[in-house]
Design a protein. Structure first.
Length: 182
């Protein structure tokens, strides 16, 4: 595995008339991911007619709590509007880790074995869903059942990427079924 693709933002609405766009961030490292000159590949929404395969960051700036970006390929408001909804993807080395030790890339979490706080095997992390409030880990049990676990410290108190495991403070209905469903 030579590189991994990581979604770092979604292009939002245009800002002004010169091609500047708002970014809905999916990274905790915007200064690192959106440095001037960085080229990002794209994932286009279904039905998108946007013609570019990559965008190069010309500059960024903060407007209150929103990151605004200008890309070399977007020269007008019409260009910016055509890019709305496109996902920006950075290529990273699989051994690279986020600067914050409590942050993880999806590829680091998918495949980890999940255990409860007493050390009993629950299953395997098979997917990550990025939500508005928090991310959700999909834990698939050996029986094939899927449980969604909010990826917050209270429910996932320990993540050991080198050890290939994480701990879930499981509750009935989270990963293990409710008694009525068992």
């Amino acid at each position: 595995m030579s590189t991994i693709e990581v979604v770092v933002a979604r292009i939002g609405k245009p800002h002004g008339i010169r091609g500047e766009v708002t970014l809905e961030l999916r990274t905790d490292e915007p200064d690192r991911r959106f440095a001037a000159g960085t080229t990002l590949s794209l994932q286009k929404p279904a039905g998108s007619a946007f013609g570019h395969r990559a965008l190069t960051v010309a500059r960024t700036r903060w407007h209150q709590t929103t990151l605004l970006a200008t890309f070399e390929e977007l020269a007008s408001r019409n260009d910016a509007e055509a890019a709305r909804g496109v996902l920006l993807v950075a290529t990273v080395d699989p051994h690279e880790t986020p600067e914050d030790p409590d942050e993880f890339y999806d590829h680091q979490l998918v495949g980890l074995a999940a255990y409860d706080v007493d050390g009993r095997a629950l299953g395997t992390v098979t997917a990550i869903t990025h939500g508005g409030a928090q991310d959700l880990l999909t834990v698939t049990t050996p029986e094939g059942r899927e449980g969604l676990v909010p990826f917050v410290k209270e429910l996932v108190p320990e993540v050991d990427v080198p050890g290939g495991r994480l701990v879930v403070a499981d509750r009935p209905g989270l990963v293990t079924p409710l008694e009525d469903d068992a």
